[in-house]
Design a protein around this ligand. Sequence first.
Ligand SMILES: *Cc1c(COP(=O)(O)O)cnc(C)c1O
Length: 422
Amino acid sequence: MSAFERAKRVLAGGVDSPVRAFGAVGGDPVFIARAEGARLYDIEGRRYIDYVGSWGPMIAGHAHPRIIEAIREAAARGTSFGAPCEAETLLAEAVIERFPAIERLRFVNSGTEATMSAIRLIRAATGRERIIKFTGGYHGHSDSLLVAAGSGALTFGVPSSPGVPAELARLTLTLPYNDLDAVRRVFAAQGDDIAGIIVEPVAGNMGCVPALPGFLEGLLEAAHQAGALVIFDEVMSGFRVAPGGAQGLFGLRPDLTTLGKIIGGGLPAAAFGGRAELMDLLAPTGPVYQAGTLSGNPLAMAAGLAALELTTEPGFYSRLEAATRRLAMGLAAAAKRAGVALTINQVCGMFSVFFTANPVHCHADVVAADAARYASYFHAMLEAGVYLAPSAFEAAFVSGAHTGADLDATLTAAERVFTRLA
Ligand SMILES: *Cc1c(COP(=O)(O)O)cnc(C)c1O
């Protein structure tokens, strides 16, 4: 019996997060035995150059000795206390140092919890219930955020999963990403009812789709004029596109920020934070309830702190940006030589390839690209020892552990694959 068949007997769908099942590209998932640096090793002993990086957290590469040592030291002192520990304060200080818009924060265990709690906070702060999100934006799977666009931009959202109450989904308006006019129209029509906007300032969950110049500035302005608040969901982009996330890159200050992935150094940790007066609405200082048995877990705090320290090595982000750019430009050139239409979006250490000749600025552009061709590319690259996201709607991540030789090997494989795809 294969590992996947055995898993399917006891785990729902054989996995603990749906994309891992390879449903979008076909075939059975690879089961990982261990990982080190830029490499994954499967249970059959095959080796892959990894561009998933656990979906973002592994910015320093897998099993980095400094992170492993930090976890080992923390574990020896006890794995959970259910009482404050100093590591929480240390990691909070390290985050606040990088994000000027965050004065106070709270740690949680997943990005889903961070965004869910941030939405509760903006609803409480404004006394309003409606929120705006963007099509193709993913903010975890809490009920208010698992909502698709209704028909027409000014209609209410519909649940994008059975089990999400329609009553709740109706409070979530879904608009096209990078469409500032749509946002302005909604505020003009019902600004008094809108608590705020949640947005990925560099979208990563429909593939990498950066905000166009002026879009985020316009969101902040439209929201603030209407007395609404803006959450930058930087669970993916935080510490990835710049030390201070997309807001650091663009020089913007959202009201609240959600962080995850890299912040836990590969262990489960996430956070939300912002101005002190907003964050002080949370219990125990304020009335907005939010809690967590394992929140601020000492192992996760130690791993996160070690990961952030690794990114402060001189030139870390410029090397990451240069490596990722080299890969993206190499892929574009190889596709061109093979006559394969390819558009690449890249922001520092993340990028996506879209099999289309057109620019990709929103979800409609993403779904217009050739997903079947991505599936062929994915399988051919996997065969060649390169592990990419098993879905056309995801970003790829480069880490500090990817060497020039890794990038060369990836480009050589891609050159052959594109020629076959053409
Ligand atoms: C991954 C992600 C989430 C959800 O985080 P989980 O830890 O998987 O719950 C939320 N928002 C964004 C932008 C993400 O990339």
